[in-house]
Design a protein. Structure first.
Length: 582
């Protein structure tokens, strides 16, 4: 009987799945960023972690990954799928509206950061060519880590997400001239600057031609392709078509010397305007999440902690210096382009790390003899460690930005707020999310006035620009409510998502204005009981009311008269409340 051939990298895949399915959820339970979890686990099970003990402990070889280069191509697919999903979330119109940030802010960030880092490298004794290469590659940030952090925080559509994504998108485009520059240095052509300029111009023309060709063919062929596949009614064929488009487009741009991730991004943009977008998002999400996690693990595996322990001071100083230089440049540029101060600071800290492209450029430069091996290893470790600490730095940046935002908004609308509450008879809305916004529109249509409060400063600014009477502030603060005319208000409506915050607001309002009606939104019946105990006049549990409303629709669909259906639903509502109060 013939033996079966072993599946390539089967052990590595099993180890990764164990980490993804068991270890990373432990990090998540303790509210630690999944990205940081993957990075730490990668360092632990990599060749420079427990892999160092595998020679002495044979059984340990089954639990570690020693061949990073072998699994890295598989991990790169995660970055490709991430860019595809980002493209699906955008549209050509939205991308065009971001052109000022992409080609203005992005261009200046790359050029100034590259010049500053290159000058520092040259000052430390590197050759001019090595300094240019190090400056160019370290000016770029990690798209994979930054975008995943934004997605986890649901901030991709915020001002922070738009500014960060604009810079990262131009950085992807900058890959082409950087790779070409590396080739010119390696070949040492006799034509000098003129030849290099002609070659760069030709490379840019070829890149533009590839992008235009992909866009043209995609506009003509993608919708008919998916129409044809969807008629078969086979989920497997649909999934195969999606993978073909993603990987095929990435392969085309990669063969043309562009970033493979850029090709996947273009494919996502082209499919974002089709009727298949939502189905594709659902189908592709598991692939993206798993493979991107594999990518983060390979980054952690690539850090040789022995070298870090041999020279911790200089490596630590280099990591801090990289963040300081890039963050300072990015923050100043963001502020100069009109972004709020707190958004500029958070964007700057979020993009302060080195990127995955540094591993490609530095490794290639070392093989061409442009960078000494010891310098290359040092910079690779610096880039890798900067990526590892990014979730921690981003968390600190978020807290700092929050403090700046609160300081910025403190007192800004104080006079407007006092004036708006003078007339009385208005409704105070605590929380201006989707429920608060819907309530405000209902009140406006009925000719009733309202004042709303929310702690998302960016959202407050956007809503005020559209005419909404919303102010930045904590609705549980008595002095803020008093300034908003709570004594003369008709009611307070609490629509906040956070259950604990909602209870705090209800309790605070009830203690100081016990006669003021308080209407509150609850997550469930248990939360409704706590809000009632805190002093709410009337509480609407989301889960109960949505279920009852759905039941009403079903009864009507079966032909039951409206009056009888409403009576049945009211009975169920009362039974649910009676049962919960037992």
């Amino acid at each position: 009987m013939e033996g079966h051939e072993q599946i390539p990298f089967l052990r590595e895949i099993v180890i990764f799945l164990v980490a993804s399915g068991i270890v990373v959820p432990v990090f998540h339970r303790f509210r630690i960023s999944p990205v940081l979890g993957y990075l730490v686990i990668g360092g632990l099970i990599g060749p420079y972690g427990l892999g160092l003990l595998a020679g002495d402990l044979g059984w340990l070889s089954y639990a570690v990954i020693t061949d990073i280069d072998g699994v890295r191509p598989l991990a790169e697919l995660g970055v490709i799928f991430l860019h595809f999903v980002i493209g699906l979330e955008l549209s050509l119109r939205r991308l065009w509206t971001m052109r000022r940030l992409v080609f203005g802010l992005g261009t200046l960030q790359v050029l100034i950061s590259a010049a500053a880092i290159g000058a520092i490298a040259w000052g430390w004794g590197n050759t001019p060519r090595a300094s240019v290469i190090l400056g160019a590659c370290l000016a770029l940030s990690s798209t994979a880590i930054v975008m995943q952090l934004l997605i986890d925080r649901r901030s991709l559509g915020s001002p922070l997400g738009r500014s960060s994504f604009s810079i990262l998108l131009f950085q992807d485009l900058a890959v082409v001239p950087i790779l070409f520059l590396l080739g010119v240095f390696g070949a040492q052509t006799e034509g000098g600057i003129a030849a290099a300029g002609r070659g760069l111009a030709l490379a840019l023309v070829e890149a533009a031609a590839v992008i235009v060709a992909i866009y043209t063919v995609g506009r003509l062929a993608l919708r008919p392709l998916f129409q044809f596949v969807s008629r078969a009614g086979s989920p497997e064929m649909f999934m195969a078509a999606v993978l073909l488009v993603v990987i095929g487009t990435a392969a085309i741009t990669g063969a043309a010397g562009l970033s493979m991730a850029l090709g996947a991004f273009l494919a996502g943009i082209l499919l974002s305007g089709t009727e298949y977008r939502r189905e594709i998002e659902v189908d592709i999400e598991p692939f993206k999440g798993l493979l991107l996690g594999f990518f983060f693990m390979t980054v952690g595996m690539g850090i040789d902690f022995r070298v870090v322990t041999q020279d911790p001071v200089w490596i630590g100083a280099a990591v801090v210096g990289l963040f300081v230089v890039k963050s300072a440049i990015t923050g100043v540029l963001c502020f100069a382009f009109g972004l709020p101060r707190h958004v500029s600071v958070e964007t700057a800290l979020l993009l302060g790390q080195g990127g995955e492209f540094a591993f490609v450029v530095v490794g290639l430069a070392m093989s061409l003899g442009l960078i000494a091996p010891d310098i290359a290893q040092f910079m690779l470790i610096v880039a890798g460690l900067s990526m590892v600490v990014t979730p921690v730095v981003a968390g600190a940046g978020r807290r700092l930005a929050g403090a700046l935002e609160r300081r910025q908004h403190k007192g800004r609308h104080a006079d407007d707020l006092a004036g708006a509450g003078e007339a009385g008879g208005h409704v105070l809305i605590a929380g201006f999310g989707r429920v608060g916004q819907l309530l405000s529109r209902i009140l406006e249509r009925e000719g009733m006035t309202y004042l709303a409060f929310d702690l998302d400063g960016g959202a407050v600014g956007e809503h005020r620009a559209s005419g909404a009477q919303v102010f930045y502030g904590d609705a549980s603060r008595v002095d803020l409510l008093r300034r908003a005319g709570a004594e003369a208000a008709a009611a307070v409506v609490v629509t906040m998502d956070d259950p604990a915050a909602a209870e705090h607001v209800v309790g605070s309002v009830h203690r100081h204005w016990p006669e003021l009606p308080i209407y509150a939104r609850a997550r469930d019946l248990a939360h409704a009981e706590r809000l009632t105990a805190a002093g709410a006049t009337d509480v609407v549990p989301e889960t109960l009311e949505s279920s009852l409303h759905l039941g009403l629709r079903v009864l009507r669909g079966f032909g039951m008269a409206d009056e009888l259906a409403l009576r049945r639903i009211d009975l169920e509502r009362q039974d649910a409340k009676d049962w919960s109060s037992r």
